[in-house]
Design a protein around this ligand. Sequence first.
Ligand SMILES: Nc1ncnc2c1ncn2[C@@H]1O[C@H](COP(=O)(O)OP(=O)(O)OP(=O)(O)O)[C@@H](O)[C@H]1O
Length: 716
Amino acid sequence: MPGAKVIMADVFGKSYDALDGSVQPQVLQFIMKMQRDPDSNGLNLKPPKGAKDKRVRTARVTDNYRAVLMHYAERIYYLVAVLPHDDAYDLAANILFDINKVTGGIELINLGSLYGTLSGQPKAAGSAEGTQPSFFAGVSDADFERLGVHPSIIPALREIRSEDAVLGIVETMPKLARDVVLCLADGMSVEEVWEQVSSLAATEDKIDPQDYEAAIERPATKEAFVVTGDIAEFGRILTEPLSAWRIFLHPAQRALAERKTPYKGPARVTGGPGTGKTVVALHRVKALAERLPPGQAILLTTFTTNLANLLKSHLKDLGGAQLLAKVDVRNIDKVAYGTVKETFGPEAPSRLKDSEILNRWIELAEEQPVQRYDGRFLNAEWKQVVLAQDIRSRDEYFAANRAGRGRRLNRPERAQVWSLIEEFERRLDREKAASVIQLAAQAARIASGWSDEERPYRHIVVDEAQDLHAAHWKLLRALVPEQDDDLFIVGDAHQRIYDNRTSLSAHGINIRGRSKRLTLNYRTTRQILAASLNLLGDSKFDDLDGNTEQLRGYRSVLSGASPETVRYRSPAEEMSALAKRVETWQQEGIKPQEIAVVGRTHAIADSAVQALRDAKLDAVKVEDYRVPDPDEGVHVMTMHRIKGLEYRAVAIVGASDQNMPLPSALTPETEDRLQHAADLRREQSLLFVSATRAREQLSVTWSGRPSRFLEPRTSR
Ligand SMILES: Nc1ncnc2c1ncn2[C@@H]1O[C@H](COP(=O)(O)OP(=O)(O)OP(=O)(O)O)[C@@H](O)[C@H]1O
């Protein structure tokens, strides 16, 4: 008897993750049995009674669990879910499969959950909102269908009368319908939605609504189903819960990442937290690697080593060792140091961390008989004026542009500052040491002298671009010849947490006409998003290229609990409440390693670890360069360390005015007004970054006075 081909639907992952560890291995056994012989008695593969779609089948996985499948062609089955017996029959009764008229891809429509989301909605008449018109009154059925919304969904859309209901229902829809409905709800016209969403997802094929063989080959199907017959591949996929196979690019993301016609120069993608910028960068690397000529290389870089390690593991998930072999994944400081070391070998200076450099500046400033300049001010002047413009002489410094610096320096003052800078650099030379930014400037100087043939990369992709310094951009510009698809840059100035501000065009990186902004957040519930945006107040942010960026249209499809903001009388009380909160989250089914506790300083994080352990909860401090094992417990870390990560639940602790902003991170206002403002914005961004790591639950707590960034939304 020939075996069957089993194809996994994207939604399958959700039901699989919810299964008990003892049932999960049985699912693989079940798939193997299906592949061997779907008609074997033990499987009891049959059409359930009362199913809306005659192709639905149920089959036995264990005594208590059933698989729901769709049988669409001879010996080919889609696996939709494995659920407890009754739930499986419920689902089987309410699903439909069809070929989407726009994408030509196969779609799974779950009418049960779709209509289920409407149950809490006010009725059309007889309720407080009785006269509320249907939210989509202006869109005809024909328009919905033309845009790619399946006709079975349209009656549910007619029931919608509030934005909340829109956001609730889209979670249960097929992908294209979800994007269309969100854009219409955002006020876009039918034509705009066609141009910006549906037409981008449309297939050029002539669609035969019965031809599933052709439909299975289309990209839209491949985004929603894992088409593999290889059992080892199934096993690998199922044991990597958040791995990249589940990431199905939104048409706007796909247009950026998989674009076939080359970008005629550098391209830039911005967008708020969780809009999939990193995902786009990874898919871009994959697309570029697929057409990379032999002997050429791609650089994927970001700001910190931790994030570079994370990118490496995501890239491996996405394309395996084969993809990784074509890509150099390194953080920017390593790229710079590598260039300097190649030239100077063992003579290359050793690297000093930013904190060590700052301490040396503070020492030098304090040694001066007359203390005219604060160490912080001098450090910033050196980094943001001297190193940013690669100034090497007193005359160059006299002529330097000091835009962005808030303290004027007259000529004699500039002479004083320059002599301090010379003294500082002399001391570092004597130590055979250098700051990471000095090394980047040196590397940029070296690489700028190379010919195009000597430039080591064919493409460079940059994540977390907002944190890079001017010297980094000069270096990157010099590491890749100016040509099509040279630089692909991804970032968000709202998340700038290191003190580097510059504009791409100042470094010969011209992105005009090649920049896009992503607006749909896939990570965070809209309740958490609204609270996080509140933290930013009315501060202004840039678009990495000298213009102001706005978060217009930034929204989430997910809905959940409101975040908590709670004040306690003392740090001890706050910490014991933290332990209770973490315990409650765990009781609600959130695993310890899916919970993060975040503090502004190491000391706060350490006291949180202690408090959790005192309450007999497993907790681990997440330090640099190490990812804890899943059984080490709740992850506790600083706000800098959580950058780029995400958790189901996040507790921000110690968010008092004493810690946020951290006084030692602020340049005195009297010393430099603009630097003070930039320091404040950076602290605000740190809190914003921390809050936007939360997928489902967020709590922000403190004792004493709340951080000024919390003021607008604290109701006490
Ligand atoms: N099209 C998509 N469909 C479903 N999930 C997605 C999609 N794109 C991204 N995601 C998920 O959304 C989350 C955020 O993605 P990602 O980390 O790429 O966003 P980001 O913009 O780089 O975020 P941040 O700037 O906050 O670090 C991830 O869990 C990712 O898997």
